[in-house]
Design a protein around this ligand. Structure first.
Ligand SMILES: Cc1cc2nc3c(=O)[nH]c(=O)nc-3n(C[C@H](O)[C@H](O)[C@H](O)COP(=O)(O)O)c2cc1C
Length: 267
């Protein structure tokens, strides 16, 4: 049977001809070359967030309380959501702006906040890429990592590219050929081998914290969130993660213990 893998690359830079988009294009080429060698059909679709109509969150909480389809902002957010939902893996890239993600990425993350309550992307692999002038990218990576893991996604890795103000593709490729290859190999391997079946310790804890909070929230049983968790059978005592997984017994037990303690402070 032919294997078809789908990857969405998500670029938040406003500059179509900027460092982030060029770096992502080079990683995409590598991904296609790996897939070709392995005789696997790989479909990659790039989403340039700045080309889509994504309005600023107005904080009304309609997505949390009534469901994302009740958001009063009519734009293309759910169109992109659906693309990610259909994909096997995500390559998410942002330039560093004042030590964090740029505004386009942050606004998109804020608008996607309902996924923190209803993690529909549970188990999807994501690889994070940043480009920067030369400063630290740690905070930028953490902003995306925190959002994606809270949405239940599995972090396949992260990579930092120091590209200065403007670098052309040839220079990015010659300076970072090893790193580009490394990113492509890590993401391809994670997607192909379904590494989401081996959730990280951090992801297992995140799940446990959420599970404990919903299990205890007796007044919330009529909410969209509670029903979502119940429908997915994530509230059952023997459920240890969003998807069936191969995490070791000890890792799960230890994560559950820490998650249960952390959950006490959330309730
Ligand atoms: C508003 C703004 C803020 C920036 N802040 C930082 C920063 O804090 N640290 C850093 O290393 N680079 C910073 N940069 C440089 C960009 O991160 C870098 O040039 C990046 O590769 C640009 O990506 P792009 O060409 O895809 O837009 C900033 C650039 C802009 C325009």
């Amino acid at each position: 049977m032919e294997i078809i893998l789908r990857i969405i690359s998500l670029v938040s830079s406003y500059r179509t001809n900027g460092n982030t988009n060029k770096t992502v294009s080079l990683i995409e080429q590598q991904l296609l070359s790996i897939a070709n060698k392995e005789k696997i059909t790989l479909e990659i679709e790039k989403i340039l967030l700045s080309h889509f109509d994504i309005k600023t969150c107005c904080g009304c909480r309609a997505c949390f309380d009534k469901g994302e389809e009740k958001c009063p902002l009519k734009d293309e957010l759910l169109f992109i959501w659906e693309k990610i939902y259909q994909a096997d893996g995500i390559l998410a890239a942002s330039p560093v702006y004042v030590e964090d993600v740029n505004g386009i990425m942050k606004n998109w993350i804020d608008r996607m906040a309902f996924n923190c309550h209803r993690p529909a992307f549970a188990g999807k692999n994501v690889f994070i890429v940043t480009t920067s002038g030369g400063g630290s990218s740690n905070h930028t990576i953490n902003t995306m990592k925190n959002a994606f893991t809270t949405w239940g996604m599995n972090l396949a890795g992260s990579s930092k590219f120091r590209t200065g103000k403007q670098m052309d593709s040839v220079e990015i490729e010659s300076r970072y050929s090893k790193e580009i290859k490394k990113v492509a190999e890590a993401l391809f391997k994670a997607v192909k081998n379904k590494s989401n079946q081996r959730p990280s310790f951090y992801s297992l804890i995140t799940f446990r914290v959420q599970q404990k909070c919903w299990q205890k929230s007796t007044q919330c049983q009529d909410t969209v969130d509670y029903k979502y968790w119940q429908r997915n059978e994530w509230l059952q005592r023997d459920c240890n993660y969003y998807i069936p997984n191969k995490a070791s017994f000890l890792k799960i037990k230890f994560a559950q213990l820490i998650g249960s303690i952390v959950a006490i402070f959330y309730m």
